[in-house]
Each structure stands twice: as C-alpha cells, then as structure tokens.
Write a protein that binds this ligand. Sequence first.
Ligand SMILES: [Zn+2]
Length: 67
Amino acid sequence: MLEHNKEQNTSLLREWCGKIETANRNNIFCHCRNCGYEWVDSSFGVVCSSCGSQNVEQISCWQFPDD
Ligand SMILES: [Zn+2]
C-alpha cells in the first residue's frame, strides 16, 4: 500500500513538472527592441515577426515580479 502511494506521488510530481515545463515553454514574453512589437512565444532565439529583427528581448513569464 505504501509503495503504491509513493509511486503515485512520483508520477504526479512528474506530471506537474511536465506541466510547468510546458507553461514555461509557451510563456516567453518577447519584446522587439527594433520596432516595439510585443508577443508571447514558445522558444528562445526567435525573430520578430513584425520587422524580422533578431534584436528581441525575451523574458520568461515566471520571472515577472508580483507587484
Ligand atoms: Zn520588430
């Protein structure tokens, strides 16, 4: 019984880690320093879809302060 619960917790934890990972992947705030275009992307190293500039500032959403 105890072993079973432990297994369940581990898989639940893995599931959560995966969800957080996915959230991080899909919530990178991007700001083009060239034209000021703002969007949310899923990966780093993107090019501005508005002007094609690579001068893009990228911030993971979880890094935003609360206040
Ligand atoms: Zn741009």
